[in-house]
Write a protein that binds this ligand. Structure first.
Ligand code: XIL
Length: 383
């Protein structure tokens, strides 16, 4: 009986693998003249893979938001993009539309049209917006990078920028990444335009300014490779402790979680890090997750399976802690992702394929959400 059962299971597994493999098609991606293998999972397969509710159907019960970064041109032009985004997610992050360079390419001028488009879309689909990002060393306008400003002038530019942006969306954007990527791997403060002008005080200056502009907004410090335990996350922990001790209005720490199949953090250390931040009374959010699959020579289906496991693990870890209040990814469809530009190689790091069909990674995240009431002793479940 046992061997018959295993036999049947084996046949079904092989048939499923063959079915999946046969659905892979050759597709020229990202303008690459060489056709490359793109994982496209067709609807019939998706039906059996997914048979469940959209991700956002679980978020209220699980007590967190599930978000995606938004490519503004896709939001403007691509109706399938809009439909999938609205169906699956309840939080949006502007991938670029609220960066200083996009908003203010000329000194003294602001153009809010892209940012408004995103905020309007979120409002009409009952989604929150993660404001991203007020202070960063990248994404700066040319006039700011090349201008010969005194430290006092830079401080007033920073204050005015924060007041302008946070003030405009007061009450509409409930949560901001106030300072992004201010700490280096060695735990020292990163050498930036802001640091050179104001020393590390620019960090608290920024938090106070954001708080003044919208006292109800929740304010985050945001960084990458700060998920596990290392010199960088120790420094960020100490920074948060110091800010809180002095009454600076900071509410949480964002973990980007840009990872690859062979480049994942030690998950137990991530749990320990979340715990120590929670012990300070802070929220934690996963805010920019993507999982690169370009490295290594495994068959594509194996890579997609590993990618799926990594997504599922991260979502589960977030759901295991009441402090973790958002699970957000940096995009959602492999059609629009920053990774190929960033690495110079094609990649498929997100939950949906280029045709908006859910990948195995999607199913893992959804399964984690489905199980949220069994995690954290059920503490995070409202019903
Ligand atoms: C990236 C965008 O995805 C790219 O389109 C842009 O060219 C550069 O910025 N950490 C962050 C994000 O906080 O704002 C970055 O977004 C990715 C790394």
């Amino acid at each position: 009986m046992r061997s018959i059962t295993f036999g049947i299971v084996g046949i079904v597994a092989v048939a499923a693998a063959l079915l999946l493999a046969s659905r892979l098609v050759i597709f020229p991606a990202f303008g690459d003249p060489d056709a490359i293998l793109v994982p496209i999972i067709q609807t019939s397969v998706v039906d059996s893979l997914s048979g469940g509710l959209p991700l956002r159907a679980y978020t209220e019960r699980c007590g967190l938001t599930v978000g995606a970064a938004v490519d503004i041109e896709a939001l403007r032009n691509d109706s399938l993009y809009q439909a999938t985004l609205a169906r699956e997610f309840d939080m949006l992050t502007p991938e670029n539309a609220m960066k200083f360079r996009e908003l203010s390419p000329e000194l003294g001028q602001y153009d809010f049209s892209d940012a408004d488009l995103l905020v309007d879309f979120a409002r009409s689909h009952d989604m929150q917006v993660r404001g991203h990002t007020l202070v960063w060393h990248q994404g700066l306008p040319r006039w700011l990078q090349t201008g010969d400003f005194t430290p006092a002038a830079l401080e007033s530019i920073l204050l005015r920028h924060i007041h302008t942006l946070v003030g405009r969306y007061q009450g509409q954007i409930t949560l901001w990444d106030v300072v992004n990527e201010a700490v280096d791997f060695d735990g020292e403060f990163r050498d930036t335009l802001w640091m050179r002008a104001m020393g590390k005080d620019y960090i608290e200056i920024a938090f106070w300014a954001a708080h003044q502009a919208d006292p109800d907004a929740r304010l985050f410090y945001s960084d990458y490779d700060n998920e596990a335990l290392n010199a960088k996350s120790d420094a960020i922990y100490n920074l948060m402790k110091d800010l809180l001790a002095r009454g600076v209005p900071v509410d949480g720490v964002a973990f980007h979680l840009h990872v690859g199949l062979n480049d994942t953090p030690n998950w137990s250390d991530v749990q320990r890090n979340i715990q120590r931040l929670q012990d300070l009374g802070l929220e934690v959010q996963i805010t920019e997750m993507d999982v690169r699959i370009q490295d290594g020579n495994l068959p594509l289906m194996e890579k997609l399976a590993q990618q799926s496991t990594i997504y599922g693990t991260a979502a589960t870890i977030c759901l295991q802690s009441a402090a973790c209040t958002s699970f957000s990814i940096w995009g959602f469809t492999d059609r629009y992702t920053w990774i190929p530009n960033q690495t110079g190689n094609p990649d498929f790091p997100l939950l949906f394929d280029v045709n908006y069909q859910p990948k195995p990674a999607y199913t893992s995240v959804r399964d984690a959400l489905r199980a949220c009431c069994t995690l954290d002793g059920g503490a995070r479940c409202s019903n």
